[in-house]
Design a protein around this ligand. Structure first.
Ligand SMILES: [Zn+2]
Length: 344
């Protein structure tokens, strides 16, 4: 039995983290959320070059198709390979056939020059018309006031929003975004936001990542903002993320229904409307959220993007999936060797 849905949307991804699986263990066990950033992700992003980014993005796009996700809203950081990185990601996804919205996560962690280069890459990508996107900010707590203002200004110039992590852990200075936020912004996580935070934009909930980082449950139902679902870089299996969002909501409210989590998944179609035209045929008996919430492992049989079949009989049609997995694995090994040299 089969049902079909539009293409699913991952409203917050980090394609660059696709090769992190199998990476060498950090120098010590992270004990806090900041430790996880400093010992794992802020070392990994420094090991990225443009070639690695290309294979990360192709692998991530392939794995998205495999799970019926046809549109990815990506948030990227590669401090040693900033210029051109967003176009590499857009081209890689285009080759596989997946829609992508790109943003470079600007930060002052690497000094004002690093922040300027990140701002310039967002401005270049959006100005060159290489694809759709947002202006990215890592998070307020790693950005200067000037950087926050510049990001908002560049976004305004291009008529797009800002894609920024907000209150994922305790200690984020998210209040500094209040003068700038707008309805087209993407506010990622919001775990530690008060109910009446006052930020404008779509709140993107990433339940698996939040559990993995032990940052707490964000309970996004408490906000007035629209809510969407993302993976925060842990693949693009959006039905799985929907199921997690549902059971997470039940941990605090036994009356919460799968319809609520499904409405969050559906917000992705407001953010990337073109994905509504895509078609995914699933090996499932019903597309009712109650059915899907209790049908783990449902897989797509066919994926069409923009009328073209890009996934069929367990394989991509535009690219050689085995070649992508092999090349990505080789790129990962090279990156792991570079990573050994990078101090936290
Ligand atoms: Zn993220």
């Amino acid at each position: 039995m089969t049902v079909s849905t539009p293409g699913l949307v991952c409203s917050h991804h980090h394609l660059y983290s696709g090769l992190a699986r199998g990476m060498p263990a950090p120098p010590r066990t992270p004990e806090t959320f900041l430790d996880i950033l400093e010992l794992v992700w802020w070392r990994l992003d420094r090991a990225l070059d443009l070639e690695t980014i290309e294979w990360c993005a192709k692998l991530g796009a392939l794995e998205a198709l495999e799970r019926g996700c046809t549109a990815i809203i990506d948030h990227h950081e590669s401090p040693n390979a900033i210029e051109g990185s967003l176009t590499v990601i857009a081209d890689a996804c285009d080759e596989v056939g997946v829609r992508v919205s790109c943003a470079y996560g600007v930060t002052d962690r690497h000094g004002p020059e690093g922040a300027a280069a990140g701002l310039a890459e967002n401005d270049r990508y959006l100005g060159d018309g290489d694809g759709e996107g947002y202006v990215g900010l890592h998070a307020a707590f790693t950005c200067s006031d000037d950087t926050l203002a510049a990001a908002a200004e560049i976004a305004g110039n291009h008529g797009v929003g800002v894609h920024v992590h907000v209150a994922e852990g305790e200690g984020d200075t998210w209040e500094r975004l209040l003068p700038y936020s707008d309805d087209d912004w993407l506010l990622i996580h919001g775990v530690h936001l008060p109910n009446d935070h006052g930020l404008r934009g779509t709140l993107v909930h990433n339940p698996r990542s939040n559990m993995n980082n032990s940052v707490g449950y964000g309970d996004p139902a408490r906000f007035d903002n629209p809510v969407a679902l993302g993976t925060d870089g842990i693949g693009a299996d959006m039905l799985e993320e929907f199921r997690l969002a549902y059971v997470s909501s039940r941990t605090t409210d036994v009356t919460a229904t799968p319809d609520l989590a499904w409405s969050w998944l559906a917000t992705g179609w407001d953010l990337m409307p073109a994905a509504r035209q895509d078609r995914v045929v699933w090996a499932a008996e019903s597309d009712d959220p109650w059915w899907l919430a209790f049908t783990p492992g449902t897989s797509p049989l066919e994926v069409q993007i923009d009328g073209e079949t890009v996934w069929e009989d367990g394989l991509p049609t535009l690219v050689d999936g085995d070649e992508i997995r092999t090349k990505a694995s080789e790129a990962a090994q090279k990156m792991f060797r570079r990573l050994e040299e990078i101090e936290p």
